[in-house]
Ligand binder design. Sequence first.
Ligand SMILES: Cc1ncc(COP(=O)(O)O)c(C=O)c1O
Length: 402
Amino acid sequence: MKEIYLDNAATSYPKAPGVSEAISFYLSSIGCNVNRGAYKKAYQAEEIVFETRELLCRLFHFDKPEHVIFTKNITESLNVIIKGLLKPGDHVIVSSMEHNAVMRPLNSLKNRNLEVTTLECNTEGELSEEQLKLFPSLVKPHTKAVIMTAASNVCGTMLPLKEVGKICREHHIFFIVDSAQTAGFSEIDMNLHHIDALAFTGHKGLLGPQGIGGFLINESLAAVMDSLIEGGTGSFSELETQPAYLPDKFEAGTLNVPGIFGLNAALKYLFQIGIGTIREQELHLLDLFMLRLLEIPQIRLVGKRDLRKRTSIVSIDLPNHDCSELSYRLYKEYGIMTRSGLHCAPSAHRTLGTFPQGTLRFSFNHFNTDKEALQTIDCVRQSLKLQVLSKSRQPPRSRPPQ
Ligand SMILES: Cc1ncc(COP(=O)(O)O)c(C=O)c1O
C-alpha cells in the first residue's frame, strides 16, 4: 500500500529537495558554532546563517537581515514577542481564528492584568467588511498590538492582513502576524501589509526541517520589547547583561545551525520554483478535491469555498459520523494520513461551529498529485459506507442517564 501524506498543515512532507543534504553537509563537514570562533569553518557557517537571514528578508519583503531572529519554531517566536512586549494594563486585539501558540501565552498574561479583545470572524472563518468596519471601535487608549494569523490552520480561510495592517498603522498600534499557514504559499509583504513583527516556522510551507523558526521585526517594535531569553551571544562577553542590538538581543544561546542550513536549502528551492507556482499547483489540487468531496452528501465543508481566499487545507465536518474514526480508517485501510480533532485552535472551532467535535483535515503540498487527491476521494466514500454499515450492525445504544 502506497501511503499518501495529507497532513502538511501540521508539518510538510516531503521536505524541499536539498534540505537533508544541506543538514548532512553541515553535520559532517562543518559542525562549528557561529559568532564564537575565528576560524574558517566558523566563518563558513556564519555565511550560511547570514545568507538565510537575507533569503527570509527577500521572501517577506524586508530590508534588515540583522533584524531576522532565529528561534526553534513559531510558538517560541510568538512567546518571545508577546511576553517581551505586553505589560500589565496593556490591551491586545486578536481574531477568533487564533492558534494556541497565540492564545495560551496571552491567556497566561491575563493573570498579570492583560486585557484581550477578540474580533469575531464569521462562520466561514472570515473577517468580513462589516467586521472590519467594527474594528476601529475596539481600539482603546491602552491598545498595544493586534496579533493575527494570516490564515486559519483549521479551515484555511485567509485573513485580510493588508486591511488590518492599515488600521493598526492609523491607530499607532503594533501589528504582529502569525505566518505559520501561509509562508511559502502566498506573498506576505511586511511593508505593504504594515507588519511590525512577522513570526514564521520553518517546517510547514517553507519546506524546511523541524526545530527552526523565527521572526522578522522592525526597529520601533524591537526597541520597546524586553528580551525573554537571555544568555551568551558570542558578543560583548564582558557584559553580564543582554546586548541591546539585533539579532543578539533576542538570540541567546547556540542556534540550531543544522536547521538553518536545512532552511537555507528550502528557501533556495522556494525561490527557484516560485511561490506563485506552488500556490497554483496546490489550488489546482484543492479544486479537484473539493469539487468531488462536496458531492458526498454526508460531508459539510468547513470554511470558504472560494479558492482565492484560502490555503490548501480542506476541513470537513461530518454531522452524522465521527471524524476521528474516519481519519483512523483512512490510514488503517488506505494509508492516507490526515488529522482529526481541534488542531490546537478551540476558538476557531467555536467560530466555525465545529466545537467540541472538531474536524477532519486534509492538507496538501505541491508534491501531492491529482491521482492522490482522486484516490483519497474514493477512499473517503468507501470508508463512510463502511462506517454506516458497521453502525447499522451495532445494537441500538441505550439512552445515557439524564
Ligand atoms: C496558525 C498556527 N500558528 C502556530 C502554529 C505552531 O507552529 P509550531 O508548532 O511550528 O510552533 C501552528 C501549527 O500548527 C499554526 O497552524
